[in-house]
Ligand binder design. Sequence first.
Ligand SMILES: [Zn+2]
Length: 234
Amino acid sequence: MKMKKRLSKAEKKEHRRKTLQKYHQSPKYKKVKARYVAKAGPVAIRTYHREYYHKELKNSSTYKAKRKLYAQKPYVRLASCMYQRVYSKTPKCLNRMHTYYCSALYKKQNKLWRDLPANKLKTAIRGLDWRMSDYGRSYKRQWNSARRRSINVIEFVSKEKLLKLHNYRCVYCGKLLHNDKFTHIDHLIAVARYQKLGRLCPESYATVVPACVECNRHKSTKTPLEFIWARAAA
Ligand SMILES: [Zn+2]
């Protein structure tokens, strides 16, 4: 694939201005705009713009090519998501990732992983992108931690949904909870217990409950029944 010429900032601005002007002068835009305004007032223009933009985007050749590629190689999409995540989470002041992504080295490696089979991709990404950044290093450490490794995520648990299921209350003391850092997601059977058995702790809405900070701290690695006994004895 031929690389597109990089436009300068001023050139980009000019291009954007020209495209917008062309778009605003088109009879189609004027007609539909009038219809939207008559219907719901000037606010409707924004909706129309968005819809128009998405329609244009979906008809573009770049979009179609990307869709085709993703359909054939879903892991390429995964990789580009990862790239964006790493990129967006690295502070711009460090600028190390930015320099790296602009470099010829990255372009070479980028091409390399695009052509890799799916089973080798994970290693490739880890080797190429993540190793380069402090963020990647810390993320990897987190990912490889014993606790992370011993959790088997069956379904991703959202705190809001979990709280809704349990009526926004701590299951142990009944305190009213909100979706903030003072609400902990407690594994009914602690992860450490599974670790001792040499098994993975399954994580789904059936195995976790919302708990307040104090309850979660006092419960620690006890089972719910042990916790109740301990509380009754105290
Ligand atoms: Zn509680």
